[in-house]
Design a protein around this ligand. Sequence first.
Ligand code: HEM
Ligand SMILES: *[C@@H]1O[C@H](CO)[C@@H](O)[C@H](O)[C@H]1NC(C)=O
Ligand SMILES: *[C@@H]1O[C@H](CO)[C@@H](O)[C@H](O)[C@H]1NC(C)=O
Ligand SMILES: *[C@@H]1O[C@H](CO)[C@@H](O)[C@H](O)[C@H]1NC(C)=O
Ligand SMILES: *[C@@H]1O[C@H](CO)[C@@H](O)[C@H](O)[C@H]1NC(C)=O
Length: 388
Amino acid sequence: MTGVLTATFKLLATTLVLLNGLSIVTNVHAFKSYQSLGGLDPRQVERIVPTLDARVPPRPPGPPRFTGTKLVDDCEHPWRPLRNGDIRGPCPGLNTLASHGYLPRDGVATPSQIIEAVQEGYNMNNQIATVTTFIAHLMDGNVVTDLLSIGEKTRRTGPDPPSPAIVGGISNHGTFEGDASMTRGDAFFGDNHSFNQTLFDQLVDFSNRFGGGFYNLTVAGELRHQRIQQSIATNPTFSLVGLRHITAFGETTFPVNLFTDGRQASNPTTRGQLTLSAARSFFKDMRFPTGFFRAAVPSGNEGIEVVFAAHPIEPGRNHGVNNYVVDTSLGSLSDPCGFYTGFVNTTIKGLYPNPTGVLRRNLNINLQFLYDALSPPDCPQVFPYGRN
Ligand code: HEM
Ligand SMILES: *[C@@H]1O[C@H](CO)[C@@H](O)[C@H](O)[C@H]1NC(C)=O
Ligand SMILES: *[C@@H]1O[C@H](CO)[C@@H](O)[C@H](O)[C@H]1NC(C)=O
Ligand SMILES: *[C@@H]1O[C@H](CO)[C@@H](O)[C@H](O)[C@H]1NC(C)=O
Ligand SMILES: *[C@@H]1O[C@H](CO)[C@@H](O)[C@H](O)[C@H]1NC(C)=O
């Protein structure tokens, strides 16, 4: 049903684009304020931008004043089930924040709101929060309106759990969303953002085998390897280049650093050992475990080198099943400046080959925010759209 609707919609949209005059009105109504303008043809951009509420992107928030642990599953942030139309996506961290109201519950936010929310709700450190958010916003957000969605709309059709519709936001495959996720399938197999019980069962199995019934960095190293091997063996389009080489390893540390209760950190035997009931709560229910305390100190991807060292692999992609070819052109975990240059000069430039006006201005402002947050290392800055 969804497929048919989407196909019909696409056909309609294409037809209307061809019928020049009419399309102005229709495109305007179809275009959401949080949808990315990346990859659209210049004539569409020219029509859509004037209809948007353009904002000057504000400077992103710095670190909060209080950076210790505290109760975050509090009465000002009650968990609520999804409503019709609420957007959720591939990130269990952001899904949970939206379901507790740290982010707007509809799943549409500004970059500043996302940075504030991950700092407040999890004690994510300011640099990781800022870099991650601006990478996502530049690829998948609307840089004119300064809005980003955390995934796709859900549609309630009955008593069943809501199912995603309308593609968008950070679920856009090949941008931030990528292959070999721990609990989500690869886009090649259809759904790339919904919780997958079979894959979660594998996480549980690995936690039992390598973590004594907990998810920890040892489990992360083995599960990361397993998921990559599974994708190499089954997904002809598997990609682990550039950003994905970094996020694939980084994301496996977040459950250890940010989903474990902050009070566990004071005890060496429980530090960094995530219970499987807590894992289920975040990944599946998008909900803090009852009475959850955020991390004890500002945290991010600490331990990523442990996960990588367990089974190192170079960035690359499949050219057909079981044919993994190394490709370092967009940088990697060990080449952050290569990543920065490739991201700006190839990825973003590819999405926005020739921006003008407010679009160009806001791209430059967001690229500057990203650059400022990235250093160190002090990579040479690149200016694909000139200087403002
Ligand atoms: C700072 C803003 C953030 C953005 C823009 C973001 C975005 C994303 C995206 C796009 C993915 C999907 C990548 C993939 O295909 O696997 C993802 C995965 C993930 N994110 Fe986030 N994220 C953010 C913060 C967080 C935080 C604060 C946490 C934890 C508290 C978190 C935990 C995770 C985990 C565990 C995954 C991996 C899911 C899996 O492999 O099944 N993220 N995130
Ligand atoms: C991601 O999944 C959605 C929903 O299943 C699908 O519509 C979309 O095409 C997928 N992305 C890609 C490029 O495979
Ligand atoms: C979940 O993942 C498994 C293993 O990759 C796959 O066989 C299955 O089709 C997926 N289920 C859904 C509902 O997508
Ligand atoms: C993970 O748990 C296993 C089993 O208790 C333990 O042997 C291993 O050292 C732990 N790894 C880390 C990094 O805590
Ligand atoms: C990035 O692109 C700009 C303009 O397109 C070009 O002048 C510059 O040499 C490129 N930088 C690198 C390091 O590739």
